[in-house]
Write a protein that binds this ligand. Sequence first.
Ligand code: AN7
Length: 351
Amino acid sequence: MSYQGIIETYKALLKIPDEMKAVTLLEGNTPLIPVPAIADQLGGDFDLRVKFEGLNPTGSFKDRGMTVAVSEAAHRGAKTVICASTGNTAASAAAYAARAGMRAIVIIPAGKVAAGKLAGAIAYGADVIQIDGSFDDALSLVVSISEKHPIALVNSLNPFRLEGQKSSAFEICDVLGDAPDWMALPVGNAGNITAYWMGYKQYHEVKGTSLPRILGVQAAGSAPLVLGHPVEKPETIATAIRIGRPARGEEALIAASESNGYIMAVTDDEILKAQKILASSGIWVEPASAAGLAGLVKEVNAGKLNLCGKKVVIICTGHGLKDPDVITGQFTKPQAVKAELTELERIILNG
Ligand code: AN7
């Protein structure tokens, strides 16, 4: 039978209501792409792969969680969903709510959401509201609203989001035949790292697969889990992870330490360099999604990680198309030439 999405594929392993109908866009089943050129650059004799979550239906990993959260909300009879978002959750909630015939309300920090995400939320028909505040402010507001009104919260505080997102760990184990030795990923609100660890532990219990060590990576200007305290005014070019008070922070720290891994920070410059390295292997991701590789590069170069002979997976959470301005902003305008063969040859052949 053709692929049916993550709920149908993994329903025996998901804690979801019986008889829940799946609201799906056939999310998941994303490729695990070998990137040997990047492994070489890291000096290594190791197996490095990218789980390209930007290839989900709305361009980010959020779709795995949203299919479950929206299906469950619809199952309960909810007519409206709400979320706070740095962008990707908004686009995903909007798409799945549209699919379910529900209203989506998304609250975003004004001026801090990448163009492709905002456009998605609008295209899918969400009510988009920008606030003069941060993601963290938006999250506490939507929590209050969902407590007072019959509106379903679909941020990763909703446990059904994590049920869906853990499916990526299952897919990785299914493809590799086991868990990787190391897995690196960006950490913002910390739902995803929590979900991966749940998934790996569950597969370990049910299928006997091994457990990976997890490297969680935050942006230096938004690194509450590295600093050990909330960040009141988080800043980073990786707007997806511009989060100062992660809702699942404690669980993220537990995931890191139980897995014998850790959470670290990288600068915006290191993130942009990693984005270029990925693009040079044909994988264009948004800045936040390059944080996992940025962390790996930093640790390998500092001699803190020896990956020789290991299987390593980097989670690239969102597509580069989400945030085109980061790229175009780095260039002056493309050269303009007359539509003439000799003129074009002169430019091309001179290099
Ligand atoms: C591309 O969309 O929080 O640590 O509101 O969009 O589970 O929060 C996005 C987060 C990593 C961090 N990569 O994941 C939102 C939002 C991308 C993201 C993260 C996000 P979590």
